[in-house]
Design a protein around this ligand. Structure first.
Ligand code: FUB
Length: 458
């Protein structure tokens, strides 16, 4: 074995250090208002989408991501958008999805053409990633400007509840079909004891928050107690919570979970809490992607443990986020849009290909965390790619952007951005054990190089 090959093998054998996710969780576009849901062995994350360069929440669509290890997130694109609701014309704001009897119910707030105010709609699908269809052809609840941010939950007795509202909470008891409800929309009693004492807010003169409750409610039940978690304090928002012995109150204000801090770079925040693979996670959003801010937000997650007395700890935003709870198998087909981190690239979708990675330029890269190469024995690296220009190169590197090169795949022009070709190359070096993979894109400076659908080691 040559000295060079020996050194390379040594480097590849090095055990990777403990792997964490990186916040924000999505780098290919701005994402907002996270709403996690566990279905089967995956955690799905439903989000809003802040448009590039927006000067308000001019949001057009909802997006879905999923993970089975909390560090690598797969982009499932946008299965639902304003145009899927004939009665809606604006403001695709904070959603939540829930599973019942094998169907997935996707609740959204949307600006209603019918009333000129906000309304709550519901779409239904057969899988967590859609396709979804407006279940009613009209709003489930068409009301007023307060009708935003639905949150849904099914109690142990099978009764489902839907809540929403800014700066007061409305709720209904959903029927078993999840797309209708009995009686009138109810308004929660918003007491200071239940939701903390509010204050006049400098940034919104004239708006009087009687309680700290502002918007973005997230309902959950744990150990027989009902928890309402919400954006609080007017603008800028922090996250606070209240508890109750019933799903409809009376509530007891419990205090702050995530304090307002300049570190979030966003005047809104939006909470969600989910247990997955035996651990608890707190989801929120910040403006912490490059170019981010109040109208360019990004979802993030933190692991946490409840205090012994069942209260929430204080949770602060971090860059590291959640540790890995699984590994990724690089010997199966991996979608290019499954990633722990990326720089420079974005994603697109169409009916034929689904979601794929686009906007690939010289020097961009995708990181895949915690890939388990096992005992090694890799012979080939292949990828499905398309380029209407001259293509480029995918350098497969281990553990860093300039780590050892495992393979170098030359991507040719394929005659079109949708003209997919599966290209393979022998690996230059084998790897064993668990490593991060960096797919580093090289080519001529300036133009877009190629599109990228999936990859795999053999
Ligand atoms: O994303 C639009 C709005 O901003 C949401 O509905 C609120 O919760 C706030 O995050």
């Amino acid at each position: 074995m040559s000295t060079k090959k020996y050194l390379l093998s040594l480097a590849l054998l090095m055990a990777a250090s403990a792997v964490s996710a990186e916040n924000p969780l999505v780098q290919t576009c701005y994402t907002t208002d996270p709403a996690p849901m566990v279905s089967g062995d995956r955690l799905y994350l439903y989000t809003g989408h802040d448009e590039d360069g927006a000067d308000f929440f001019w949001m057009q669509e909802w997006r879905v991501y999923s993970t089975d290890d909390m560090v690598n997130w797969t982009d499932h694109g946008s299965p639902l958008a304003i145009e899927d609701f004939a009665w809606g014309d604006d403001r695709a704001w904070a959603p939540q999805t829930i599973e019942r009897n094998g169907k997935f119910y996707f609740y959204v707030p949307l600006h209603s053409k019918l009333t000129g105010a906000m309304a709550i709609g519901v779409a239904v699908g057969d899988t967590p990633t859609g396709p979804f269809k407006d279940a009613l052809g009209k709003p489930l609840a068409d009301g007023n400007w307060a009708y935003i941010d639905p949150t849904v939950f099914i109690d142990d007795d099978g009764q489902a509840y839907l809540y929403w509202g800014n700066p007061e909470i409305y709720y209904v008891k959903l029927n078993d079909d999840m797309i209708s409800f009995e009686g009138e929309v109810q308004k929660m009693e918003m007491t200071v004891e239940g939701f903390g004492k509010g204050k006049m807010v400098e940034m919104e003169p004239g708006k009087d928050y009687r309680t700290t409750y502002t918007e973005g409610p997230w309902i959950m039940k744990r150990n027989g107690k009902y928890y309402m978690i919400y954006a609080a304090g007017g603008i800028p928002e922090h996250i606070a919570y209240s508890v109750s012995d019933t799903p409809t109150g009376p509530w007891k204000y419990m205090g702050v979970i995530m304090p307002q801090s300049d570190g979030t770079n966003s005047f809104t925040n939006h909470p969600a809490v989910m247990d997955y693979k035996g651990k608890s996670y707190f989801f929120y959003h910040t403006g912490n992607l490059p170019g981010g801010g109040g109208f360019a937000r990004s979802v993030a997650a933190e692991p946490f443990e409840y205090n012994a007395d069942r209260t929430f700890p204080t949770i602060l935003p971090t860059k590291e986020g959640a540790p890995a709870v699984g590994t990724l198998n690089p010997r199966t087909r991996v979608e290019a849009e499954t990633m722990a981190w990326s720089e420079g690239v974005s994603s697109e979708q169409n009916d034929k290909t689904g979601v794929y990675v686009s906007d690939i330029h010289n020097g961009d890269y995708i990181k895949i965390a915690n890939a388990d190469f096992g005992k090694g024995g890799m012979k080939k690296f292949g990828a499905s790619v398309a380029s209407a220009l001259r293509g480029g190169v995918i350098e497969v590197r281990l553990d860093s952007q300039d780590g050892p090169v495992l393979a170098e795949l030359k991507v040719p022009g394929t005659g079109g951005w949708e003209n997919w070709k599966y290209i393979e190359t022998p690996v230059a070096s084998d790897a064993t054990g668990v490593h991060d993979i960096y797919l580093v894109f090289k080519g001529r400076k300036g133009p877009k190089l190629f599109n990228f659908d999936y990859w795999q080691f053999k």
